[in-house]
Design a protein around this ligand. Structure first.
Ligand code: ADP
Ligand code: MG
Length: 355
């Protein structure tokens, strides 16, 4: 088992780089602790697969280094790194049976046949593959094949880290839920470092103890699901996590105080008098906005009732503000005033939190 460290890592697929856009990864610094359950969360194209391929050694980084237990392994081959990587689309041997597909990585490591048999059956049971164990893999559906791929990744218990790259993309929704909780269970049982890549916040938040959020090639925040919810360090985290996401409202800074629509907004940020930001915003989650006697004047645009909650769309002079309230709550119509819970109100300068 290993701690994995990425130090000052940047990667570009281009020979020459002229602007930020030419980098798939920028200035990545992170420690993945031994035995941790991590999710790497971000939209398509933000650099997740590139990052995994650098950890596994399929790709050499343009800049920076990779360490396993403080040993520099940047130039080591994938085999030397002893990692299990499960790809987005299944990688299996079509002509072999399901059994032999699962046994293959174990045979390669010279495990005795009776132990292989026990392990293969355990994995098959977990992934609901027992009934098809002696069928050829070629006859299986896409999700059946992906289960084999998962099984091959999970079969060996001596790897440094198991990395999953959006492994449930081709799996149907019900099984998705089952497999996700099984992976979590398995993590608790075998205690290997696991990195689970996804663009789906629900998958990330249910699987991981620590969620690493990526945006345009950068890590914008690493934290527990609660930390990401309560204190987004970057407006992207606020917007990407939560449903609906955080309200991000342009604000003015006057004498160290944020103002929205001419109203002073108390925040949990310490705003310095002389900050030179090209853009300043207030971030407040819809959960922490309420109607009040005075405050920010808004127009009510729309009320949607989801059964458990009401989502109220409003608009003030500086932009739209959403409110999440109990479905039983009376909602004013026409115009109203809003106030924000100061504890969860932050100011952002050029998209980053002002602390
Ligand atoms: P993700 O896995 O988060 O969707 P990727 O790591 O695949 O993101 O891609 C990050 C960026 O690098 C994207 O802009 C993508 O177009 C680019 N990219 C990925 N793979 C290659 C490649 N083999 N050659 C050139 N550009 C690539
Ligand atoms: Mg990818």
């Amino acid at each position: 088992m290993s701690k994995i460290t990425l130090k000052d890592l940047s990667h570009s697929y281009l020979e020459k780089q002229n602007s930020n856009d030419d980098w798939a990864l920028r200035n990545i610094n992170i420690d993945w602790k031994d035995g941790g359950a991590y999710a790497l969360l971000g939209p398509s194209g933000c650099g997740k697969t590139t990052l995994l391929n650098i950890i596994s050694g399929l790709l050499n980084p343009t800049k920076g280094k990779v360490f396993f237990n403080n040993e520099d392994i940047t130039l080591k081959t994938p085999v030397e790194r002893n990692i299990a990587q499960i790809f987005q689309f299944p990688v299996i041997y079509d002509t072999m049976t399901v059994y032999n597909n699962l046994a293959f990585p174990l045979k390669n490591r010279g495990m005795p046949p009776n132990e292989i048999d026990k392990r293969v059956k355990e994995i098959a049971e977990m992934l609901e593959l027992t009934k098809t164990l002696y069928n050829r893999a070629s006859g299986l559906t896409a999700d059946g094949k992906q289960k084999i791929s998962l099984g091959r990744g999970l079969a060996r218990s001596d790897v440094n880290v198991i990395m999953f790259d959006e492994p449930l993309t081709v799996i149907d929704p019900h099984l998705k839920w089952v497999l996700r909780s099984k992976l979590k269970e398995l993590h608790q049982k075998i205690n290997r470092t696991m990195i689970y890549v996804t663009h789906d916040q629900t998958e990330a938040l249910t699987f991981a103890d620590q969620v690493v959020v990526m945006h345009e090639g950068e890590i914008v925040q690493t934290g527990t699901p609660v930390e990401l919810f309560e204190k987004p360090k970057h407006t992207f985290v606020g917007y990407f996590i939560g449903s609906p996401g955080m309200n991000i409202i342009p604000c003015e800074i006057q004498n160290g105080t944020a103002e929205v629509a001419g109203i002073k907004i108390p925040t949990n940020s310490e705003i310095k008098q002389k900050s030179n930001f090209s853009k300043t915003e207030i971030g407040i989650r819809p959960e922490f906005v309420s109607f009040s006697k005075d405050g920010i004047p808004v127009k009510i645009i729309k009320v949607s009732n989801t059964g458990r909650h009401k989502i109220i769309d409003t608009e003030c002079k500086n932009g739209k503000i959403k409110i999440l309230s109990h479905s039983s709550k009376e909602i004013p119509s026409g115009s109203a005033f809003l106030s924000f819970d100061k504890k969860y109100t932050y100011a952002y300068g050029d998209s980053r939190i002002i602390e």
